[in-house]
Structure formats: structure tokens, C-alpha cells
Ligand binder design. Structure first.
Ligand code: PXP
Length: 260
């Protein structure tokens, strides 16, 4: 299974001080050495972490493929076509959100999405849509002609955290629902079943399947067990661990959990 390491949070730390340190560019050789297969970055419209010069330098200097997450906004798509990453993952963006809270809602956006996807593909950039795990989203992605989909695993991660929070080892989310354990266990089982079934459906339609959001050292293995998911993009948990272990070890630890 492929591992895309999302290095946005290195730029988050830099922006907290508005200085030049740490530079996300310095992470590239470490990610490669530790066994990452891809670097993922998000050039947000508000440029709250990765900035245009970061994206430019990372794409120019990385020996690993770059997966550039972006909104469907025309000015951002124009920038992405000039930057020419290996892949563009179209994600929803809300200015006030702390992180990408859900998958892309395709309904009502078909026209702008189609235009953006065609523009990216014309520049030989493969396209992925970050979607919630629903059949309608896969069908929509398929009809839009993208090569990849990435399932938003936030709901899975949230349920996992609620179920196992009493073990004190689930840093992803603060539990918000006070549900009986049996109910949470069923919700987790159902969400995994949904992810498994939809990954199969997507693969049958010829889509390549990635997943990400909220995955960490505790909850990742159930996702790894879904064979049709080819790749995971993981940021928060790896960068958080790297503070204590160093980036190389944090990536290597995650890499070890991705073995099938
Ligand atoms: N994949 C996509 C499309 C994302 O937008 C993000 C960040 O929200 C991630 C993966 C990584 O999520 P996390 O930082 O929770 O691991």
C-alpha cells in the first residue's frame, strides 16, 4: 500500500511565527529515505500554510510524485496547471474550517468540476476527487472522468476515537456523542463495510482508490485491510509523532503498519 505524507503541518509551524523555519522543502529527502511514496500538500485559497513558493519549490525538487490538493476555484486551477504536480486532488474548502471537514459535494458543481478536470488533464496532471464514501459520489466521479478518488475517512476516524477513547490512545477526535459501546462498534463495522464495498465498486468502474483524513497509528490497520484501497494520505498523526521521534522514524512507523 502506498503512503502519501502530507507535509502541510510543517508549514503550519512556520506560519505560526511567520518566519522561514521550518522549511517544508527540507522534509523531502527525509520522506523519501523513510519510505514515503508520495508527498501531499494543500495549496489553500487562504494560503494559511503551504504558499505558492513552497508548492513551486517542492514540485521542482521532489524525487517523489507530488499530490497537490486544491479547491475547484478557477484561479487556483490555473496556478496548479502552471505548477504541474503529478496529481491534483480536488477538495472542498471553507475559509472558516480548521481542516477539510468532508468530501466534495459534486451535485450542482458538475460544470465547474468538469472544466477544472479537463484543464488539469490537458496539462497531463492526473486528477483525484476527495469524496465522502457514498455510491452517488463514486458515480459522479466516474462520470467526470477522473483517474482517482480519495475517500474521506474522517467519519471512520471519529467513530473509532469515540469507541476507543477510554483506552486513551486515540488522539484524532474529542468524542462528541455519548453512545453505548455496542452501538459505536456497529457504527464502526458499518462504516468499514461501506468503505470496503464502495472501494470495490469504484475499482470495478476503473477508478483508482485512495483514502485519508484522521488516520493514525491506532486506526489505520482496518483501512489497510481493504485491498482495493491503493494509497493513504496521512498528515496530522505523522507530523505530530515526528515532534518526539523525528520525521524519519514517524514515517517509518507508519510505513510498517501499511504492510499487507
Ligand atoms: N487527504 C486529503 C484530501 C486531505 O485534505 C487531508 C488533510 O485534511 C489528508 C488526506 C490528511 O489528513 P490528516 O492530516 O488528518 O492525516
Amino acid at each position: 500500500m502506498k503512503l502519501g505524507v502530507n507535509i502541510d503541518h510543517i508549514a503550519v509551524l512556520r506560519e505560526a511565527r511567520q518566519v522561514n523555519d521550518p522549511n517544508p522543502l527540507d522534509a523531502l529527502p527525509i520522506c523519501k529515505l523513510a519510505g514515503a511514496d508520495q508527498i501531499t500538500i494543500h495549496l489553500r485559497e487562504d494560503r494559511r500554510h503551504i504558499r505558492d513558493h513552497d508548492a513551486k519549490n517542492i514540485i521542482a525538487h521532489s524525487s517523489l510524485p507530488i499530490n497537490l490538493e486544491c479547491a475547484v476555484a478557477p484561479e487556483i486551477i490555473d496556478i496548479v496547471t502552471r505548477l504541474k504536480p503529478h496529481r491534483a486532488t480536488i477538495v472542498p474548502e471553507k475559509r472558516e474550517e480548521v481542516t477539510t471537514e468532508g468530501g466534495l459535494s459534486v451535485t450542482g458543481k458538475q460544470k465547474s468540476l468538469k472544466k477544472a478536470i479537463e484543464q488539469l488533464q490537458k496539462h497531463e496532471i492526473e486528477v483525484s476527487l476527495f469524496i465522502d464514501p457514498t455510491f452517488e459520489s463514486i458515480e459522479a466521479a466516474h462520470s467526470l472522468g477522473v483517474e482517482w478518488i480519495e475517500f474521506h475517512t474522517g467519519k471512520y476516524a471519529n467513530i473509532y476515537a469515540m469507541l476507543y477513547s477510554n483506552l486513551g490512545n486515540t488522539p484524532y477526535a474529542i468524542p462528541t456523542l455519548d453512545l453505548p459501546r455496542a452501538e459505536l462498534a456497529k457504527m464502526l463495522h458499518d462504516e468499514l463495510k461501506t468503505l470496503r464495498c464502495l472501494s470495490g465498486d469504484a475499482a470495478e468502474m476503473g477508478l483508482r482508490v485512495a483514502a485519508g483524513h484522521g488516520l493514525n497509528y491506532q486506526n489505520v490497520q482496518e483501512i489497510v485491510a481493504i485491498e482495493m484501497i491503493e494509497e493513504l494520505n496521512i498528515g496530522q498523526s505523522i507530523i505530530a509523532r515526528s515532534i518526539y521521534t523525528g520525521l524519519e522514524q514517524a514515517i517509518a512507523d507508519m510505513r510498517a503498519l501499511l504492510i499487507r
